[in-house]
Design a protein around this ligand. Structure first.
Ligand code: NAD
Ligand code: WQD
Length: 361
């Protein structure tokens, strides 16, 4: 009302890739906060998000609007389109960017490295140019534990070296973007960049209305299990049963996507902290690892369905185990993951059983 009366723009947060899995849950987390004072502007090229025929916005965003009663500004723009992005910055008073937009399929990146460089590196640099042109210097970047490569020791903290032994072109795009962001911050102290290194995001909003909706056959464990449970896929292949882990299967730090989304909301507050500037990497993980067999068993309990599986050879490039040291997030963001593996599985099951075909009718 104030902004309308005085004919000025409301402060905005621009979310690239906001129609995707982590982006949509973060948009939801921001809009669910009753005292949230920003307009949400989403830019997405819909390469991995679904919009129904005749609709202006992707289904995930329509559902968030329905649940929160708030409006999301949506632009179908590719982050490599400098003019398109610049137009969006011209229309809104962007205070901060949360940058999710990227291609993320590890296997596909081996076959299409140039496409991954284009989308993830060129796209990110184009976004930074447009931010600088519009004097916007606050950024939250979606990074990944993949930047640590092969762990030298566990748990992984932010001082662990990055860039060594990364097994995929996708992973390297995340690492290269972090290096570019460090250079940017060194070039101009106005930049404030928080690089959130996610461990393994899983789960769905407890409403069961938004969740992960992969195109084609899922690459990742949790959506694969969910599709086996719902009968879309016959069985799970367990990649590797001879790792030096608790039961021979790979161990990962699975984190509920709603906890992850809350981490972004907390990170926004860091921009207001006196003296905060430069490049700041922060792990978002729980600090606990679970094996593939433990995840299968938790999902069977949550869904009350058997998950048929076959022990299979290791998948190329997979690590035996990794999990986070989450102390920095606790200290800097006053954030801790609170949701259990049982909740992660329960929420995935609610989403998958209520939406067996994801966002498609
Ligand atoms: P997602 O594919 O669900 O979401 C990405 C969104 O970005 C999609 O809606 C897609 O349409 C959009 N997009 C892709 N390329 C674009 C472009 N050039 N221009 C505009 N929009 C574009 O993926 P996600 O799981 O939500 O991942 C979000 C971010 O988090 C990515 O940067 C990813 O690398 C990072 N990340 C994800 C995971 C994970 O396991 N999900 C783990 C670590 C890091
Ligand atoms: C988890 C465990 C598999 C599928 C990937 C990216 C990483 C990050 C998160 C973005 C492993 C096993 C899996 C299956 C299986 N993404 N598995 N059968 O490999 O830890 O990480 O997503 O940054 O960069 O590499 O996650 O879910 O694929 O695998 O046995 O059908 O499940 O071997 O032990 P991963 P994942």
């Amino acid at each position: 009302m104030f902004y309308v009366l005085f004919n000025c723009k409301m402060p905005a947060i621009l979310v690239t890739g906001g129609a995707g899995y982590v982006g949509s849950h973060t948009v939801m987390a921001m809009l669910e906060k009753s005292d949230f004072e920003y307009e949400i502007v989403v830019v997405d090229n819909l390469s991995n998000a679904y919009r129904a025929k005749g609709e202006k916005k992707p289904v995930a965003l329509l559902r968030i609007e329905e649940m929160t009663g708030k409006t999301i500004q949506f632009y179908e723009v590719d982050i490599r389109d400098k003019q398109g992005l610049s137009n969006v910055f011209g229309k809104h008073d962007v205070q901060c960017v949360i940058h999710f937009a990227a291609l993320k399929a590890v296997g596909e990146s081996v076959e299409k490295p140039l496409e991954y460089c284009q989308a993830n590196i060129t796209g990110t640099c184009t976004l930074f140019e447009v931010m600088r042109d519009h004097s916007v210097y606050n950024l939250i970047y979606s990074s990944s534990c993949t930047v640590y490569g092969e762990p030298e020791k566990l748990p992984l903290d932010e001082n662990h070296p990055t860039g060594r032994g990364i097994s995929s072109p996708y992973g390297r795009t995340k690492y290269f973007c972090e290096e570019i962001m460090k250079d940017l911050c060194a070039s101009d102290p106005k930049w404030k960049i928080i690089s959130l290194r996610y461990f393994n995001p899983v789960g769905a909003h407890p409403s069961g209305r938004i969740g992960e909706d992969p195109n084609g056959i899922p690459n990742n464990l949790m959506p694969f299990i969910a599709q086996v449970a719902v009968g879309r896929l016959p069985e799970l292949k367990v990649f590797g049963t001879d790792y030096p882990t608790i039961d021979g299967t790979g161990v990962r730090d699975y984190i509920h996507v709603v906890d992850l989304a809350d981490g972004h909301v907390k990170a926004l507050q860091l921009f207001h902290r006196n003296g905060f500037s430069g490049f700041c990497p922060i792990n978002l993980g729980t600090g606990t690892g679970y094996s593939v067999y433990q995840v299968i068993s938790a999902f069977e309990k949550a869904s009350n369905r058997p998950i048929p599986f076959v022990p299979s050879p290791r998948r190329a490039g997979d690590l035996a185990a990794n999990w986070a040291e989450p102390a920095a997030a606790s200290q800097l963001l006053a954030w801790n993951a609170t949701r259990s593996l049982a909740q992660m599985c329960g929420d995935v099951w609610r989403w998958q059983s209520g939406n067996p075909n994801g966002y498609r009718e």
